[in-house]
Write a protein that binds this ligand. Sequence first.
Ligand code: ACO
Length: 333
Amino acid sequence: MSTPRARIIGTGSFLPEKRMTNDELAKIVDTSEEWISSRTGILERRIAAEGEVTSDLAAAAGLKALAAAGCAPEDLDLIICATSTPDLVFPATATIVQRKIGAQKAKAPAFDIQAVCTGFVYALGIADQFVRSGMSKKVLVIGAETFSRIVDWEDRTTCILFGDGAGAVILDSAPGGSTQGILSTHMHADGSHVELLRVTGGVSHGRPEGFDWRHDALGFVDMQGNEVFKQAVKAMGSVAEEALAANGLTINDVHWFIPHQANRRILQATAKRINLPEDRVVTTVDHHGNTSAASVPLALDEAVRDGRIQPNHLVLLDAFGGGFTWAAALIRW
Ligand code: ACO
Protein backbone atom coordinates (compact mmCIF):
# COMPACT_ATOMS: atom_id res chain seq x y z
CA MET A 1 0.00 0.00 0.00
CA SER A 2 1.44 3.40 -0.94
CA THR A 3 1.84 6.05 1.76
CA PRO A 4 -0.83 8.75 1.83
CA ARG A 5 0.18 12.10 0.38
CA ALA A 6 -0.56 15.32 2.28
CA ARG A 7 -2.59 18.03 0.56
CA ILE A 8 -3.46 21.58 1.53
CA ILE A 9 -7.22 21.93 2.01
CA GLY A 10 -7.38 25.51 3.31
CA THR A 11 -5.23 28.62 3.66
CA GLY A 12 -5.55 31.74 5.80
CA SER A 13 -3.58 34.80 6.81
CA PHE A 14 -3.70 37.80 9.08
CA LEU A 15 -2.00 41.18 9.12
CA PRO A 16 -1.98 43.73 11.92
CA GLU A 17 -4.00 46.86 11.18
CA LYS A 18 -1.21 49.42 11.42
CA ARG A 19 0.60 50.16 8.13
CA MET A 20 4.02 51.78 8.16
CA THR A 21 5.09 53.51 4.95
CA ASN A 22 8.64 54.29 3.83
CA ASP A 23 7.99 58.00 4.41
CA GLU A 24 7.12 57.25 8.03
CA LEU A 25 10.38 55.26 8.38
CA ALA A 26 12.31 58.21 6.95
CA LYS A 27 11.16 60.19 10.01
CA ILE A 28 12.75 57.60 12.33
CA VAL A 29 16.07 56.77 10.59
CA ASP A 30 18.27 58.41 7.95
CA THR A 31 16.68 56.91 4.83
CA SER A 32 14.25 57.82 2.06
CA GLU A 33 11.21 56.42 0.28
CA GLU A 34 13.29 56.30 -2.91
CA TRP A 35 16.19 54.31 -1.33
CA ILE A 36 13.89 51.72 0.26
CA SER A 37 11.61 51.21 -2.73
CA SER A 38 14.41 51.05 -5.30
CA ARG A 39 16.73 48.77 -3.22
CA THR A 40 14.09 46.45 -1.78
CA GLY A 41 10.75 46.91 -3.61
CA ILE A 42 9.08 47.43 -0.22
CA LEU A 43 6.46 50.19 -0.10
CA GLU A 44 4.88 49.46 3.27
CA ARG A 45 4.76 46.86 6.04
CA ARG A 46 2.39 46.09 8.93
CA ILE A 47 3.33 46.61 12.57
CA ALA A 48 1.66 44.79 15.47
CA ALA A 49 -0.18 47.00 17.97
CA GLU A 50 1.03 47.29 21.53
CA GLY A 51 0.01 44.09 23.31
CA GLU A 52 -0.67 42.25 20.03
CA VAL A 53 1.58 39.19 20.13
CA THR A 54 2.67 36.53 17.65
CA SER A 55 0.08 34.03 18.88
CA ASP A 56 -2.71 36.58 18.21
CA LEU A 57 -1.65 36.85 14.55
CA ALA A 58 -1.10 33.08 14.34
CA ALA A 59 -4.50 32.24 15.84
CA ALA A 60 -6.31 34.66 13.51
CA ALA A 61 -4.57 33.17 10.45
CA GLY A 62 -5.24 29.64 11.76
CA LEU A 63 -8.95 30.28 12.22
CA LYS A 64 -9.20 31.61 8.66
CA ALA A 65 -7.42 28.51 7.34
CA LEU A 66 -9.78 26.27 9.34
CA ALA A 67 -12.80 28.12 7.92
CA ALA A 68 -11.44 27.78 4.37
CA ALA A 69 -10.88 24.05 4.93
CA GLY A 70 -14.32 23.55 6.51
CA CYS A 71 -12.72 22.06 9.65
CA ALA A 72 -13.41 22.58 13.33
CA PRO A 73 -10.52 23.32 15.73
CA GLU A 74 -11.06 19.99 17.49
CA ASP A 75 -10.51 18.14 14.19
CA LEU A 76 -6.81 19.04 14.36
CA ASP A 77 -4.41 16.35 15.44
CA LEU A 78 -1.22 18.41 15.19
CA ILE A 79 -0.33 22.12 15.33
CA ILE A 80 3.08 23.39 14.22
CA CYS A 81 3.99 27.05 14.45
CA ALA A 82 7.10 28.38 12.72
CA THR A 83 8.36 31.52 14.43
CA SER A 84 11.52 33.27 15.58
CA THR A 85 9.49 35.74 17.61
CA PRO A 86 7.58 33.52 20.06
CA ASP A 87 5.33 35.12 22.68
CA LEU A 88 7.44 33.60 25.46
CA VAL A 89 10.64 31.56 25.78
CA PHE A 90 8.26 28.77 26.74
CA PRO A 91 5.69 27.34 26.32
CA ALA A 92 5.67 27.02 22.56
CA THR A 93 3.57 29.57 20.71
CA ALA A 94 1.74 26.62 19.09
CA THR A 95 0.31 25.64 22.48
CA ILE A 96 -0.88 29.21 23.09
CA VAL A 97 -2.47 29.17 19.64
CA GLN A 98 -4.15 25.87 20.45
CA ARG A 99 -5.91 27.54 23.38
CA LYS A 100 -6.75 30.73 21.44
CA ILE A 101 -8.45 28.81 18.63
CA GLY A 102 -10.23 26.44 21.04
CA ALA A 103 -8.47 23.28 19.84
CA GLN A 104 -7.31 22.03 23.26
CA LYS A 105 -10.09 19.43 23.65
CA ALA A 106 -8.42 17.16 21.11
CA LYS A 107 -5.19 17.15 23.22
CA ALA A 108 -3.20 16.96 20.00
CA PRO A 109 0.53 17.75 20.05
CA ALA A 110 1.59 21.33 19.39
CA PHE A 111 5.14 22.63 18.97
CA ASP A 112 7.21 25.39 17.40
CA ILE A 113 9.84 25.25 14.67
CA GLN A 114 12.63 27.81 14.50
CA ALA A 115 14.35 28.13 11.14
CA VAL A 116 13.93 31.91 10.77
CA CYS A 117 12.63 32.83 7.29
CA THR A 118 12.69 29.17 6.20
CA GLY A 119 10.54 28.18 9.17
CA PHE A 120 7.24 27.71 7.39
CA VAL A 121 8.69 25.49 4.64
CA TYR A 122 10.52 23.44 7.28
CA ALA A 123 7.26 23.13 9.26
CA LEU A 124 5.39 22.08 6.13
CA GLY A 125 8.04 19.43 5.44
CA ILE A 126 7.72 18.08 8.99
CA ALA A 127 3.90 18.09 8.82
CA ASP A 128 4.10 16.29 5.46
CA GLN A 129 6.10 13.50 7.13
CA PHE A 130 3.52 13.19 9.93
CA VAL A 131 0.71 12.81 7.37
CA ARG A 132 2.65 10.42 5.13
CA SER A 133 3.50 8.19 8.10
CA GLY A 134 -0.17 8.06 9.10
CA MET A 135 0.62 9.64 12.49
CA SER A 136 -1.56 12.71 11.76
CA LYS A 137 -4.43 13.45 9.44
CA LYS A 138 -5.39 17.10 9.88
CA VAL A 139 -2.51 19.43 10.64
CA LEU A 140 -2.45 23.19 11.16
CA VAL A 141 0.85 24.67 9.97
CA ILE A 142 1.48 28.33 10.73
CA GLY A 143 4.21 30.87 10.02
CA ALA A 144 3.83 33.89 12.32
CA GLU A 145 6.13 36.74 13.31
CA THR A 146 6.37 40.05 15.09
CA PHE A 147 9.81 41.07 13.81
CA SER A 148 9.02 44.69 14.69
CA ARG A 149 9.87 43.63 18.27
CA ILE A 150 13.41 42.44 17.43
CA VAL A 151 14.61 45.01 14.90
CA ASP A 152 16.81 47.85 16.03
CA TRP A 153 14.73 50.90 15.13
CA GLU A 154 17.94 52.94 14.99
CA ASP A 155 19.58 50.68 12.38
CA ARG A 156 18.51 51.80 8.90
CA THR A 157 20.10 48.78 7.23
CA THR A 158 17.64 46.35 8.87
CA CYS A 159 14.57 48.12 10.32
CA ILE A 160 13.34 49.11 6.85
CA LEU A 161 13.08 45.48 5.75
CA PHE A 162 10.79 43.73 8.18
CA GLY A 163 7.07 43.56 8.93
CA ASP A 164 4.64 41.56 11.07
CA GLY A 165 2.02 39.01 9.98
CA ALA A 166 0.93 35.39 9.89
CA GLY A 167 -0.11 32.78 7.35
CA ALA A 168 -1.46 29.28 7.84
CA VAL A 169 -2.51 26.13 6.00
CA ILE A 170 -4.50 23.02 6.92
CA LEU A 171 -3.09 19.72 5.70
CA ASP A 172 -5.15 16.59 5.23
CA SER A 173 -4.25 13.22 3.76
CA ALA A 174 -5.12 13.06 0.06
CA PRO A 175 -7.41 10.26 -1.16
CA GLY A 176 -5.46 7.18 -2.30
CA GLY A 177 -4.17 7.47 -5.86
CA SER A 178 -4.62 11.25 -5.94
CA THR A 179 -2.08 13.12 -8.05
CA GLN A 180 -2.65 16.27 -5.97
CA GLY A 181 -0.81 17.26 -2.80
CA ILE A 182 2.72 17.85 -1.58
CA LEU A 183 4.99 16.02 -4.04
CA SER A 184 8.18 16.47 -2.01
CA THR A 185 9.96 18.76 0.42
CA HIS A 186 13.70 19.49 0.57
CA MET A 187 15.44 21.06 3.57
CA HIS A 188 19.01 22.22 4.16
CA ALA A 189 21.13 24.10 6.67
CA ASP A 190 24.71 25.35 6.86
CA GLY A 191 25.62 26.64 10.30
CA SER A 192 28.94 28.13 9.25
CA HIS A 193 27.41 31.56 8.57
CA VAL A 194 25.70 32.36 11.87
CA GLU A 195 27.45 35.75 12.09
CA LEU A 196 26.02 36.95 8.78
CA LEU A 197 22.42 36.89 9.97
CA ARG A 198 21.35 36.60 13.61
CA VAL A 199 19.74 38.16 16.62
CA THR A 200 22.57 39.40 18.82
CA GLY A 201 21.26 38.14 22.16
CA GLY A 202 19.53 35.11 23.58
CA VAL A 203 18.57 33.36 26.75
CA SER A 204 21.67 31.25 27.36
CA HIS A 205 24.10 34.09 26.64
CA GLY A 206 22.75 35.62 29.82
CA ARG A 207 21.95 39.25 30.43
CA PRO A 208 24.44 42.04 29.79
CA GLU A 209 25.27 44.36 32.69
CA GLY A 210 22.44 46.75 33.38
CA PHE A 211 19.93 44.57 31.53
CA ASP A 212 16.38 45.08 32.75
CA TRP A 213 14.57 41.80 32.12
CA ARG A 214 11.17 43.50 32.20
CA HIS A 215 11.93 46.20 29.65
CA ASP A 216 14.99 45.41 27.54
CA ALA A 217 14.97 43.30 24.38
CA LEU A 218 17.09 40.15 24.26
CA GLY A 219 18.94 41.41 21.19
CA PHE A 220 18.37 42.80 17.73
CA VAL A 221 18.48 41.56 14.15
CA ASP A 222 22.00 41.94 12.82
CA MET A 223 22.72 41.19 9.17
CA GLN A 224 25.44 41.55 6.53
CA GLY A 225 22.81 42.33 3.90
CA ASN A 226 25.06 42.13 0.85
CA GLU A 227 26.46 38.70 1.65
CA VAL A 228 23.04 37.33 2.69
CA PHE A 229 21.66 38.55 -0.62
CA LYS A 230 24.17 36.52 -2.67
CA GLN A 231 23.81 33.37 -0.55
CA ALA A 232 19.99 33.61 -0.67
CA VAL A 233 19.84 33.71 -4.46
CA LYS A 234 22.27 30.79 -4.80
CA ALA A 235 20.56 28.58 -2.20
CA MET A 236 16.98 29.29 -3.30
CA GLY A 237 17.94 28.63 -6.91
CA SER A 238 19.62 25.31 -6.13
CA VAL A 239 16.88 23.94 -3.86
CA ALA A 240 14.25 24.86 -6.48
CA GLU A 241 16.19 22.85 -9.06
CA GLU A 242 16.60 19.98 -6.58
CA ALA A 243 12.82 19.82 -5.97
CA LEU A 244 12.02 19.81 -9.70
CA ALA A 245 14.66 17.18 -10.52
CA ALA A 246 13.40 14.92 -7.70
CA ASN A 247 10.00 14.82 -9.41
CA GLY A 248 11.19 14.61 -13.02
CA LEU A 249 9.78 18.09 -13.71
CA THR A 250 11.25 21.25 -15.20
CA ILE A 251 10.80 24.93 -14.51
CA ASN A 252 8.41 25.10 -17.48
CA ASP A 253 5.97 22.92 -15.51
CA VAL A 254 5.76 25.44 -12.63
CA HIS A 255 2.65 27.64 -12.62
CA TRP A 256 3.49 29.64 -9.49
CA PHE A 257 6.77 30.24 -7.70
CA ILE A 258 6.30 31.47 -4.11
CA PRO A 259 9.67 32.47 -2.69
CA HIS A 260 10.42 33.96 0.72
CA GLN A 261 9.70 37.66 0.36
CA ALA A 262 12.98 39.20 1.48
CA ASN A 263 13.63 41.78 -1.19
CA ARG A 264 12.21 42.26 -4.70
CA ARG A 265 15.73 42.14 -6.16
CA ILE A 266 16.33 38.72 -4.53
CA LEU A 267 13.06 37.46 -6.04
CA GLN A 268 14.03 38.77 -9.48
CA ALA A 269 17.58 37.39 -9.28
CA THR A 270 16.35 33.95 -8.15
CA ALA A 271 13.72 33.79 -10.91
CA LYS A 272 16.41 34.70 -13.45
CA ARG A 273 18.76 32.05 -12.07
CA ILE A 274 16.16 29.30 -12.56
CA ASN A 275 14.90 30.72 -15.90
CA LEU A 276 11.41 31.46 -14.63
CA PRO A 277 9.45 34.38 -16.15
CA GLU A 278 8.71 37.01 -13.52
CA ASP A 279 4.96 36.89 -14.12
CA ARG A 280 4.90 33.46 -12.47
CA VAL A 281 6.49 34.77 -9.26
CA VAL A 282 3.99 35.62 -6.50
CA THR A 283 5.22 38.89 -5.00
CA THR A 284 3.91 40.46 -1.80
CA VAL A 285 7.10 42.06 -0.49
CA ASP A 286 5.85 45.46 -1.71
CA HIS A 287 2.99 45.51 0.81
CA HIS A 288 4.20 43.06 3.49
CA GLY A 289 7.96 43.66 3.69
CA ASN A 290 9.95 40.69 4.97
CA THR A 291 7.71 38.86 7.45
CA SER A 292 10.23 36.02 7.93
CA ALA A 293 8.43 32.69 8.55
CA ALA A 294 5.08 34.29 7.68
CA SER A 295 6.10 35.47 4.23
CA VAL A 296 5.56 32.27 2.22
CA PRO A 297 2.13 31.36 3.71
CA LEU A 298 0.99 35.00 3.44
CA ALA A 299 1.88 35.05 -0.26
CA LEU A 300 0.35 31.59 -0.77
CA ASP A 301 -2.93 32.66 0.82
CA GLU A 302 -3.05 35.81 -1.31
CA ALA A 303 -2.56 33.83 -4.53
CA VAL A 304 -5.16 31.23 -3.51
CA ARG A 305 -7.77 33.81 -2.54
CA ASP A 306 -7.35 36.00 -5.63
CA GLY A 307 -7.77 32.92 -7.83
CA ARG A 308 -4.30 32.75 -9.36
CA ILE A 309 -3.68 29.25 -7.97
CA GLN A 310 -6.12 26.77 -9.51
CA PRO A 311 -6.59 23.00 -9.10
CA ASN A 312 -3.76 20.98 -10.66
CA HIS A 313 -1.41 23.95 -10.81
CA LEU A 314 2.18 23.19 -9.86
CA VAL A 315 3.25 25.46 -7.00
CA LEU A 316 6.85 25.77 -5.84
CA LEU A 317 7.51 27.19 -2.36
CA ASP A 318 11.08 28.26 -1.68
CA ALA A 319 12.69 29.97 1.31
CA PHE A 320 16.01 31.05 2.77
CA GLY A 321 16.85 32.42 6.19
CA GLY A 322 19.17 32.67 9.15
CA GLY A 323 21.26 29.65 10.02
CA PHE A 324 21.64 29.59 7.08
CA THR A 325 18.61 27.44 6.38
CA TRP A 326 16.87 26.92 3.07
CA ALA A 327 14.10 24.66 1.80
CA ALA A 328 11.58 24.05 -0.98
CA ALA A 329 8.24 22.29 -1.30
CA LEU A 330 6.69 21.25 -4.58
CA ILE A 331 2.89 21.00 -4.54
CA ARG A 332 0.35 19.81 -7.12
CA TRP A 333 -2.63 21.98 -6.09
N1 ACO B 1 18.67 54.11 3.59
C1 ACO B 1 19.66 54.76 2.96
N2 ACO B 1 20.89 54.23 2.80
C2 ACO B 1 21.09 53.00 3.30
C3 ACO B 1 20.11 52.26 3.97
C4 ACO B 1 18.85 52.88 4.12
N3 ACO B 1 17.82 52.25 4.72
N4 ACO B 1 20.61 51.06 4.33
C5 ACO B 1 21.89 51.04 3.91
N5 ACO B 1 22.19 52.22 3.29
C6 ACO B 1 23.44 52.62 2.67
C7 ACO B 1 24.63 51.86 3.26
O1 ACO B 1 25.08 52.51 4.43
C8 ACO B 1 25.63 51.95 2.14
O2 ACO B 1 26.22 53.21 2.17
P1 ACO B 1 27.79 53.38 1.78
O3 ACO B 1 27.89 52.93 0.36
O4 ACO B 1 28.00 54.84 1.98
O5 ACO B 1 28.51 52.51 2.75
C9 ACO B 1 24.74 51.89 0.87
O6 ACO B 1 23.42 52.24 1.30
C10 ACO B 1 24.71 50.52 0.22
O7 ACO B 1 24.51 49.50 1.22
P2 ACO B 1 24.38 47.99 0.84
O8 ACO B 1 24.24 47.20 2.12
O9 ACO B 1 25.45 47.61 -0.11
O10 ACO B 1 22.98 48.00 0.07
P3 ACO B 1 22.29 46.83 -0.74
O11 ACO B 1 21.99 47.26 -2.09
O12 ACO B 1 22.98 45.50 -0.53
O13 ACO B 1 20.87 46.72 0.00
C11 ACO B 1 19.76 45.34 1.60
C12 ACO B 1 20.83 46.41 1.37
C13 ACO B 1 18.43 45.90 1.17
C14 ACO B 1 19.75 44.99 3.09
C15 ACO B 1 20.08 44.08 0.77
O14 ACO B 1 21.43 43.73 0.90
C16 ACO B 1 19.24 42.90 1.12
O15 ACO B 1 18.06 42.89 0.92
N6 ACO B 1 19.87 41.81 1.63
C17 ACO B 1 19.22 40.57 1.92
C18 ACO B 1 18.35 40.60 3.08
C19 ACO B 1 17.73 39.20 3.17
O16 ACO B 1 17.60 38.50 2.21
N7 ACO B 1 17.39 38.72 4.28
C20 ACO B 1 16.85 37.34 4.20
C21 ACO B 1 16.82 36.67 5.28
S1 ACO B 1 16.21 37.63 6.60
C22 ACO B 1 16.08 36.49 7.87
O17 ACO B 1 16.37 35.34 7.75
C23 ACO B 1 15.68 37.08 9.19
